[in-house]
Design a protein around this ligand. Structure first.
Ligand code: NAD
Length: 460
């Protein structure tokens, strides 16, 4: 039986990054993955393919608006098959890249389904039979899957999850999206841009729960202008398909007819069929694995990170946890600053946030000042023909320490990196405001929002 210092279960962004870091730090490491391709949901059927389609569909829209830049082209045409092929090729390239990184770093890769036989022995079941390996430490990084909704009959075709919505063979005529969160808005945007009528149904009276509400309000206004229709306070209780037609049932409202349904009401942790009960790994009331701040489960030597534990289900959050966990095993110190983990919705415009929202500060009675700067005062945004949205900086009233930054606007997902670094370093809004930002860049909007916290921005 092969013996390892660390066995990682799951090769998503949390698991594969942890495995590589462990090997770099000298641990004899193995990683078990049941899918034929490495990279987890993020690479295979999540972040990466959705970003490819978001990019392609955005270019399709831009191609139709080039006339305002003085470029006249004859009728841009959609070749959906080619667009989907490019997405698949990008995914293939990246998953092969991880295989290469495993080889380069000496991580042993096992293909099959992992199950605990004991805290130190893992059985790997595959088409070739069952093999057992031993481990001093085991890290569970098995991720999550689309959450089901009672009454919604997923058929893997007309009524599906994000996985199906990444590969519709034709543009839907009317796509109904259940859930106005990250997935619903990103994939709803893709298909709306490609020509579908899109209706988004949301249980709450707002979109993007958890995001700063001023930003979410602005987002809804902009998405509506792009043609997305929203029905808020709409609780979906059922959906069924008959042939090519689907019916969506909303509590207290008329049924909706459409030809495709995308269910995007969150994700559920993958904790079943791992043998957790065999070794006594405790899960919480929501089925997530309970861990302490160093990612230790209730069983000594067994750790968990990423979507299977508490916190936002984000690839980069899992990566931070994976690295911290492995370093913690070796050094005794593991730390992740959750206040400095950004969240990004890759719509047009992008929406990005890090730290506390205004609502959170109000709820916890933290005195704060707010600086706001609109992209319409930013020269680069105008050159990009994208002078929409704003940057909002929230800083402590007395100490001026940056507590939260929220951006809706062009390239918000890239701009938020500076804000995350500022929070990680404990910067004040004055630190950002006094740092030189190249002109003309979108980043100047963050500088001006920071200036607006204690003084006045120049271009507003
Ligand atoms: P989400 O939690 O972001 O949004 C789900 C939405 O569905 C919520 O607004 C919720 O109120 C609504 N909802 C729940 N039940 C409903 C019902 N019966 N009827 C109508 N609406 C209902 O979940 P998601 O969009 O499915 O994304 C899942 C996870 O994947 C998220 O945790 C997210 O962090 C992650 N993700 C991240 C990105 C990114 O980082 N860009 C992209 C996609 C997914």
């Amino acid at each position: 039986m092969s013996e390892y210092d660390l066995v990682v279960i799951g090769a998503g962004p949390g698991g594969y990054v942890a495995a590589i870091r462990a090997a770099q730090l000298g641990m004899n490491t193995a990683c078990i993955e049941k899918e034929s391709r490495l990279g987890g949901t993020c690479l295979r059927v999540g972040c990466i393919p959705s970003k490819v389609l978001l990019e392609s569909s955005e270019r399709y829209v831009h191609a139709q608006t080039l006339a305002e830049h003085g470029i006249e082209i004859a009728g841009a045409k959609l070749n959906l098959a080619k667009m989907l092929e490019r997405k698949d090729q990008t995914v293939d390239g990246l998953t092969k890249g991880i295989e290469g990184l495993f080889k380069k770093n000496g991580v042993a890769h096992y293909r099959g389904h992992a199950r605990f036989e004991s805290a130190n022995r893992i059985a790997i079941e595959s088409a070739d039979g069952t093999e057992t390996i031993g481990a001093k430490h085991v890290l569970i990084a098995t991720g999550s899957r689309s959450a089901a909704l009672p009454g919604v009959e997923l058929d893997g075709d007309r009524i599906g999850t994000s996985t199906e919505a990444l590969s519709y063979p034709t543009v839907p005529e009317h796509l109904v999206v259940i859930g106005a969160g990250y997935i619903g808005l990103e994939l709803g945007s893709v298909w709306a841009r490609l020509g579908a009528r899109v209706t988004v149904l949301e249980y709450l009276d707002r979109i993007l729960p958890g995001m700063d509400s001023e930003v979410a309000k602005e987002a809804r206004k902009l998405f509506q202008k792009q043609g997305l229709a929203f029905k808020l306070s709409a609780k979906v209780t059922g959906a069924r398909a008959k042939g090519k037609r689907c019916t969506v049932v909303i509590e207290g409202q008329e049924d909706l007819a459409c030809d495709r349904v995308l269910l995007a009401v969150g994700r559920a942790p993958n904790t079943e069929n791992l043998g957790l009960e065999t070794v006594g790994v405790a899960v919480d009331e929501r089925g997530r694995i309970a861990v302490d701040e160093a990612f230790r489960t209730s069983v000594p030597g067994v750790y968990a990170i990423g979507d299977v534990i508490r916190g936002p289900m984000l690839a980069h959050k899992a990566e931070e946890e994976g690295i911290a966990c492995v370093e913690g095993i070796l050094s005794g110190h593991a730390h992740v600053n959750y206040d400095a983990i950004p969240g990004v919705v890759y719509t047009d415009p992008e929406i990005a946030s890090v730290g506390k929202t205004e609502e959170q500060l109000k709820e916890s009675n933290v005195p704060y000042r707010k600086g706001l700067f609109h992209f319409r005062g930013n020269g680069r945004a105008r050159a990009l023909a994208s002078p929409i949205g704003f940057v909002k900086v929230l800083a402590h009233e007395q100490t001026d320490r940056v507590l939260g930054v929220h951006i809706i606007g062009p390239r918000a997902g890239d701009l938020i990196a500076e804000a995350a670094v500022a929070i990680e370093f404990g910067a004040s809004s004055e630190d950002i405001a006094r740092s030189s930002h190249a002109h003309p860049t979108l980043a100047e909007a963050l500088k001006e929002a920071a200036m607006a916290v204690t003084a006045k921005p120049i271009h507003a």
